[in-house]
Design a protein around this ligand. Structure first.
Ligand code: FES
Length: 172
C-alpha cells in the first residue's frame, strides 16, 4: 500500500478506524509528540556532530591577488569560508557561515553573469538578501562583514576574526 493515496478509494474508511478512548487518544498523542521531539533532537545532534568534526576556520586567510578576481563578481574563498565580492567600489567579504548552526550558505547569482540575488542555507533553509541581511528561516541574524586587507606582498587577506561595516571597501 502506498504512503500517499492516489485516489479517494485508498483513503481509510470508517471501518478502518477504531474509536479511541480519551485516555488512548492522549497516550497516543503524547507518544507521537515524544517521537517527533526525539527525531528533531537527534537530527540537530547529528548536524552539530557533523559540524564539530570540521576543522575550525583560520582567523585569517590569504585569497590571492586582486587581479585574480572578476570585476564585478562573487567568489567563494573556501580557506576563509567567506564570499569575496568585488563591486564597482572595491572588495568586501561576507561570512559564508550561516548564523543558525554553521552550515555554509550558497550564493544565488555570481554577480558577474547574473546579479547577486542573495544567499541561502541548504541545512534549514535560512535566506539572506544580497547584502547578507536575514530574510527568513531560523537564522537569528544576517551574515557578518569581514575585514579585507592587502598584506605586504599585495595579496588579499580576509580576517574572519574582525568584523566591519557593510559600506567598507578595500580599494585595490
Ligand atoms: S545552519 Fe540552519 S539555517 Fe543555516
Amino acid at each position: 500500500m502506498s504512503a500517499m493515496p492516489t485516489n479517494e478509494n485508498e483513503w481509510p474508511g470508517e471501518e478502518d478506524v477504531e474509536p479511541l478512548s480519551r485516555r488512548e487518544l492522549f497516550t497516543g498523542l503524547r507518544k507521537a509528540l515524544l517521537a517527533a521531539t526525539g527525531a528533531l533532537a537527534a537530527g540537530e545532534a547529528a548536524h552539530l556532530l557533523a559540524h564539530s568534526s570540521q576543522p575550525e576556520p583560520p582567523e585569517s586567510a590569504t585569497a590571492g591577488r586582486p587581479e585574480d578576481y572578476p570585476a564585478p563578481g562573487v567568489t567563494f574563498v573556501r580557506e576563509a569560508r567567506a564570499y569575496l565580492v568585488r563591486d564597482e567600489l572595491g572588495f568586501y567579504a561576507l561570512d559564508a557561515v550561516c548564523s543558525h548552526l554553521g552550515c555554509l550558505v550558497r550564493a544565488v547569482g555570481d554577480g558577474q553573469n547574473s546579479p547577486l540575488l542573495g544567499f541561502e542555507c541548504p541545512c534549514h533553509n535560512s535566506r539572506y538578501d544580497a547584502q547578507g541581511e536575514r530574510l527568513s528561516g531560523p537564522a537569528p541574524r544576517g551574515l557578518r562583514y569581514l575585514v579585507v586587507e592587502l598584506d605586504t606582498t599585495g595579496a588579499l587577506v580576509i580576517h574572519r576574526d574582525r568584523e566591519t561595516h557593510p559600506d567598507d571597501r578595500l580599494i585595490a
